[in-house]
Design a protein around this ligand. Structure first.
Ligand SMILES: [Fe+2]
Length: 219
């Protein structure tokens, strides 16, 4: 990743060191996609084992556009180490919180969108709807729902996408996403509470490789 700027120099060590100093054993950690450039699931065993070993009772992973190792979700589910969960258009409850998510995709109203992106965009939109419905079904006592997307529900110019519209139809607490690595994108993208949802940009370079707190009990 060094070719993308000084911020990426030695980034795995920075992430691990910051994770160890910031995250508590009781925390649940969302990793919002683009974990590795690896192409085969078998070659990321050490990465997954490392994440499993880091503080945090559970780590919730979703797929990014560079996670080529993430091909068949059902197969991945059978081979995950302890304390790692993956989401792909579905939802899980961990203690008193609900997590749902999917990869997302570049929106047709994004200046960089190509007509060839439309099919994947529509599929991912459906996946998000499935995930949100599954999350709502898991709710029994107003548990907070956290959504993880890799592609933000905003365009590179900061405009809302149909993912944003869909999120606003549900009673969710937070939406965490990554994918954006350009300063201009960071400046334009909306962040913080909008329509009752806390939107969090979690690209590791944007966060200087430090995990960010997105929600805490009794807040
Ligand atoms: Fe990405």
């Amino acid at each position: 990743m060094n070719q993308f700027g000084a911020i990426w120099a030695n980034h795995p060590a920075k992430i691990v060191n910051n994770w160890r100093s910031i995250v508590d054993e009781d925390d649940i950690v969302i990793v919002a996609g683009d974990l590795t450039w690896a192409t085969k699931f078998d070659s990321i065993t050490s990465d997954l084992n490392l994440i499993s070993s880091l503080p945090g009772q559970q780590k919730v992973l979703i797929r990014g556009n560079h996670d080529y190792w993430w091909k068949k979700h059902k197969k991945i589910l059978k081979s995950l180490p302890n304390r790692i969960k993956t989401l792909c258009g579905d939802a899980i409850k961990i203690q008193n919180q609900i997590f749902c998510g999917t990869r997302g995709w570049i929106s047709p109203n994004d200046p960089f969108s190509d007509p060839l992106d439309n099919k994947t965009f529509q599929k991912e939109l459906k996946q998000l709807e499935m995930a949100l419905n599954a999350a709502t079904l898991l709710q029994t006592n107003y548990e907070p729902i956290h959504v993880a997307l890799h592609f933000p529900p905003f365009t590179t110019a900061g405009k809302e996408t149909r993912f944003f519209d869909l999120l606003c139809r549900f009673k969710i607490e937070t939406c965490t996403y990554g994918h954006f690595h350009m300063k201009e994108e960071w400046e334009k993208i909306p962040k913080g509470r909008i329509n009752g949802i806390n939107f969090i940009l979690s690209s590791t370079d944007y966060l200087s490789h430090k995990p960010v707190l997105i929600w805490e009990q009794n807040q």
